[in-house]
Ligand binder design. Sequence first.
Ligand code: ASC
Length: 151
Amino acid sequence: MKKITALCAAGLALSFALPASAQFAKAEDAIKYRKSALFVMAQNFGRVAGMANGKIAFDAKVAADSAATAEFVSKLPWAGFGPGTDKGGETRAKAEIWSDKAKFDDYAGKMQAEMTKLAAAAKTGNLDDIKTAVNSTGGACKSCHDDFRAK
Ligand code: ASC
């Protein structure tokens, strides 16, 4: 009972501390969250890309697992880009993410769609298909970085 009361109190405290974004207690947490998700995604995508361009020995099982993880994690960063999270932590996110949100969301959607195609290609184990999908996915990462990430 004591534990439940403490948990409720913690939840209540969090719900009162929701200025910047609906899902995080403070902007710094949202920034950490989105950067962590993008980092985990990049580690997994990078492994598959390394196999596609011959820098890492091709292992179909590792490629399929990594691509599946990257696909899942590609859904996560966006919750960390809520209103008021343009500042408050270490970030290279440009103000345009919030002023041109429709364009940002469009890029985010395209990247996720490419990750889904990459995961499907990796599941088949066909290296040529993986290469094609890696290129499209990398292109989607790059176009968003070009417009929305500071140097
Ligand atoms: C990666 C990674 C990115 C993208 C980008 C593609 O592996 O970490 O941010 O690919 O470099 O152009």
